[in-house]
Design a protein around this ligand. Structure first.
Ligand code: DQA
Length: 171
């Protein structure tokens, strides 16, 4: 399967020091619209793994990596904005697959910049192998990095990358 791993090198969300909390670093995983249908939805593109299984695998891998992982899915842009606002000062890093909102949402870009929590953009599919409308991301240039094209494994790679970002914050 083709794949891409890219690190944003332009403007970037502010990356403040870790929130002053004790305990394991906290990761918030945000899934956008229609990802609740994973496993049934276009399996030739997105695979047969269900979202619940991805979330469970992330919790387990997070435990191995010494991080707590919380997941959130919504089909609504406003609910995603509200959840990211609530993460301000409460999580160390966000892993986000905004799904179709990747290509359209200024509101999600704005809230990610507003909260100043570093984030990694994830996609199951390699969007560059798909329709041109999917080639644009409103958040790519402010992400720490982007991972796509590995199916459900994209999230696990992102979680390992999140550990690395927490351990070695990049300038
Ligand atoms: C997606 C790619 C988007 O273009 C699409 O709208 C999705 C899923 C992915 O994970 O490959 O819903 O973000």
């Amino acid at each position: 399967m083709a794949s891409r791993i890219k690190r944003g090198n332009q403007a970037r969300a502010a990356s403040p020091a870790r929130p002053a909390r004790r305990g394991a670093p906290a990761v918030l995983v945000v899934h956008g619209p229609n990802l609740n249908l994973l496993g049934e939805r276009e399996p030739g593109v997105y695979g047969r793994v269900r979202l619940k299984e991805i979330d469970e695998r992330m919790v387990l891998l997070g435990r191995e990596l010494g991080m707590t992982v919380t997941s959130f899915q919504s089909n609504s842009e406003g609910a995603i904005v509200d959840r990211i606002q609530a993460a301000r000062g409460a999580v160390d890093i966000i892993i986000i697959n905004p799904a179709a909102y990747t290509h359209t949402s200024v509101a999600i870009r704005d809230v990610l910049l507003a909260v100043g929590v570093p984030f990694i953009e994830v996609h199951l599919s390699n969007v560059y192998k798909r329709e041109p409308m999917r080639h644009h991301s409103t958040i790519a240039d402010v992400a720490v990095g982007r991972i796509m094209g590995f199916g459900a494994e994209s999230y696990m790679i992102a979680l390992r990358a999140a550990r690395s970002v927490i351990d070695t914050p990049h300038a």
